[in-house]
Design a protein around this ligand. Structure first.
Ligand SMILES: Nc1ncnc2c1ncn2[C@@H]1O[C@H](COP(=O)(O)OP(=O)(O)OP(=O)(O)O)[C@@H](O)[C@H]1O
Ligand SMILES: [Mg+2]
Length: 402
């Protein structure tokens, strides 16, 4: 290092402060920067992120492309994938619409289907495809305080936080409202049994879902400037995807169909894709959703319970599959984890009986792999390099080795 260069490293090239006057001087190939200048740059970049608008223009979304992307992460549910892809493409067409004459109405989406069949996963994967901020909220955690009450603001605040405080980005994000069926009115006739809790929450949600301006706290805003802590977020371009199991909706559909005579003698099977096909807004109202709420979700689609074969695919075929995850865990200790096909089918069968969809797969794998994971270090010492899971190991009640 010549004298000239070594002198360069003695001070910050940006503010000229000497090395000894700052906490830390970071030295690059031919330049040095102090911690204070790094902080300043950080603040500048954050500010830029908050105010940048242009970069967020969306290219057109091809529903087929989105569906193909969903196929990589979500097994089955073809119908839901198609409906969701079209709804999302239309939603962003609407946002990008510059025509003054024609205003496109917002079409939020409602996903109905049993637990663990991929509702949340679908919504999450859509957000990943679009690279827009995404927030999941449990509808049951929202209280009915006022119209746009505190808790509804918390919901938007969550999205804003996931958007890194960028209001523009947040306004184009997706919110997944989980468990909306749990905020159903308990009785269809609310004048007899007044059950306002669910109804109140639905009321509180109406405005944000439709589009309103909320004042929400800016995540991580500086305490020095309390005025700047609240920002206004317009929710009219936020896409709301609601999900719920709606247990018992099939009976509502069946009763209506039978009552009207149209479906007389038609067997409406639970978990049959066809049954949710026949869903009408009225059925959701009968179930306990208020008509205004239903009206704001004009697109709905039913998801089906996953079959044994589909559960097997969930184990092995998708990106970040459970088998890939556990294989990695074993590999870190130098042990290869293998499953026979029969064992995988057995695991899927066991999971299917638990009625919690793909959720039970992980529990099954944990149960089966636990004793091996407990002993992985031991295996390495004994030169055991492979663990093969066979149907026998799946069936056997597992005991932890003493
Ligand atoms: N169709 C599917 N394809 C791939 N993985 C799935 C599928 N369905 C569920 N899973 C897996 O199961 C787990 C639970 O799925 P998810 O959270 O989407 O269920 P859900 O339908 O939202 O259920 P709930 O009604 O209980 O909220 C996820 O971690 C996901 O990996
Ligand atoms: Mg869910």
């Amino acid at each position: 290092m010549d004298e000239e260069t070594s002198k360069q490293y003695e001070k910050c090239n940006f503010c000229n402060k000497a090395k000894n006057d700052v906490k830390k001087l970071i030295v690059g190939d031919s330049v040095a920067i102090c911690n204070e200048c790094v902080d300043l740059c950080g603040d500048l970049l954050q500010e830029l992120a908050r105010t940048t608008v242009k970069a967020l223009d969306f290219k057109e979304i091809d529903p087929r492309e989105l569906k193909e992307f969903l196929d990589k992460y979500v097994i089955g549910q073809d119908n839901a994938k198609m409906v969701l892809s079209v709804a999302v493409a239309n939603h962003y067409k609407r946002i990008n619409n510059t025509s003054k004459e024609l205003e496109l109405d917002k079409a939020n989406v409602l996903l109905l289907g049993p637990t663990g069949c991929g509702k949340t996963l679908l919504a999450k994967t859509v957000a990943r495809f679009l690279d827009v901020p995404f927030a999941v909220t449990d509808a049951t955690s929202i209280t009915e305080a006022g119209y746009v009450g505190d808790d509804v603001e918390t919901l938007i605040g969550k999205l804003l936080s996931n958007a890194g405080g960028n209001v523009e980005k947040c306004q184009r994000g997706i919110i997944f409202l989980d468990e909306v069926d749990k905020i159903a009115r308990k009785s269809e006739n609310s004048s007899i049994t007044r059950d306002v809790s669910g109804e109140g929450v639905q009321q509180a949600l109406l405005k944000v879902v439709e589009g309103t301006v909320c004042r929400v706290p800016m995540p991580g805003a500086s305490r020095k400037n309390p005025q700047a802590e609240m920002v206004e977020v317009d929710t009219s371009n936020i896409l709301f995807i609601a999900g719920g199991a709606f247990v018992g909706i099939n009976d509502v559909i069946k009763r209506r169909a039978e009552g009207s005579g149209i479906g007389f003698g038609v067997e409406v099977k639970t978990n049959d894709q066809g049954s949710l096909h026949d869903l009408e807004p009225d059925d959701l109202v009968k179930f306990g959703m208020i008509p205004e709420f239903v009206g704001r979700f004009p697109t709905w689609v039913g998801l089906t319970e996953l079959s044994k074969e589909q559960l097997m695919f969930v184990l092995t075929e998708i990106k970040n599959s459970l088998v890939a995850q556990y294989t990695y865990l074993f590999e870190t200790d130098g042990v290869q984890l293998k499953f026979s096909n029969e064992a995988l089918l057995e695991i899927a069968k066991n999971a299917a009986t638990r009625k919690t969809g793909a959720r039970s797969l992980q529990a099954e794998l944990e149960r089966i792999l636990m004793p091996h994971m407990f002993s992985l270090k031991e295996y390495a010492k004994q030169d055991i390099t492979e663990v093969v899971i066979t149907p026998g190991l799946v069936k056997k009640p597992i005991k932890l080795a003493a």
